[in-house]
Design a protein around this ligand. Sequence first.
Ligand SMILES: [Zn+2]
Ligand SMILES: [Zn+2]
Length: 288
Amino acid sequence: MTILTPLHNLLSPRGVSCLTCGKVISMAVRGYPELCQSCYAAIPWIVNPRCGTCGRPVGCPDCSRHGQSSRGFILNRSAVSYNATMREWLGQYKFRGHEAYGPVLSRMMGWAMKRMLRELASGKKGASVQFDAVTFVPISATRLAERGFNQAEWLARGAAATGNVPLLPLLERTRHTEKQSFKNRHERLHDMEGLFGFLPDAVERLESVVSAPQPLSWLDSSFLFRRRKGEGKNGSLSNLSETPLKLLLIDDVYTTGSTVDACSVVLLKVCSLLGRKGEVYCLTWARS
Ligand SMILES: [Zn+2]
Ligand SMILES: [Zn+2]
């Protein structure tokens, strides 16, 4: 799978039809040789998220209802709004096994990843962010067997490649649940309880990619002061100087946020088992 399109792909060979509408492509779209101009133009990119927490392009009652503090993740950003067209594309890929959509959706994730990194670096939410690892929402073994792939993992590959961040499977789904789309908000939240856990080797996997414990900064005078007075938090050297591990969690669709929230809580636990604080950011392909 390529994220960048070689120049020669821009000159569409005669007779190539658009992946989504089937019409012959007269002029290729830069970066998306599978699509015709009008299908590409129909992508509802989220260029300006209105809600700083969940990344919705419109005013957001959900985040004000829950309050930011109750969430396991810092924020979510999505590539596109989940309209009827995007629902159709994802359905083609996920349920009808139309594999050619995979690279397109993955490239869209790369676009969203770039935007997210730029936004985080712009100072609105603090200094630039370097993620330690990218991971993804798991599907059940039953679902994996019937579908043959986890769409969130493929989307995660696009984000990981763009950000040059290691991609790590860390989570597992502890049981099989019915399709979330048929359930109401209350049922979804109830279903989430204990639904996600971490893989047996998650801690080792994460440990293998994070740098060794950071050396104590001797310039941190407040630390030295507390240390002299014996007030170090937990009496530990490392807790005070460490920056949190930053994980990026990927899923296909953000609806209520309950899935990524439940996964974030488990990821924070994995970080704590490594003796580190964690911060989870979410990147989803579509915002419902
Ligand atoms: Zn088309
Ligand atoms: Zn929101």
